[in-house]
Design a protein around this ligand. Structure first.
Ligand code: 5GP
Ligand code: ZN
Length: 116
């Protein structure tokens, strides 16, 4: 837990969020400013600032995040229609919150050449 990290606060239920899924390793919640009809964030409970700071010991955790995103996509009814999983990394990657997260975006046809 990093005290000044908003996602750590959400994971610890110290800041409000609409949490859809939580286990001992990951938490998934609604993005506060949805960029698509479905926009959910899947985050590790461990504070990893970005994929740049992930290491071999996080490999299973990174895989678990992907599988939880898959599970939520199925629950949201978009698995067969299709969706997008995005991780922004660093300044030029458009990362704003420095706690690793997967954006699960869907519910509409997403552009091939743009972010959404
Ligand atoms: P990034 O640009 O870092 O990849 O994405 C950060 C995402 O977190 C954005 O889509 C933004 O809307 C979302 N976000 C930022 N602050 C909060 C918050 O306090 N609560 C929730 N639910 N989402 C947030
Ligand atoms: Zn954090």
């Amino acid at each position: 837990m990093t005290a000044d990290c908003i996602f750590c606060q959400i994971i610890a239920h110290e800041a409000p969020a609409e949490i859809l899924y939580q286990d001992e390793r990951v938490t998934a919640f609604q993005d506060i400013h949805p960029a698509a009809p479905i926009h959910i964030l899947v985050v590790p409970n461990k504070h990893i600032p970005s994929i740049n700071e992930a290491s071999e010991e996080d490999a299973a955790l990174l895989g678990h995040m992907q599988l939880i995103a898959q599970k939520i996509a199925k629950e949201q009814g978009i698995a067969s229609r299709g969706y997008r999983l995005i991780t922004n990394v660093g300044n030029e990657g458009g990362q704003v919150v420095y706690h690793l997260h997967l954006h699960l975006l869907g519910g509409k046809r997403l552009s091939f050449t743009r972010y959404i």
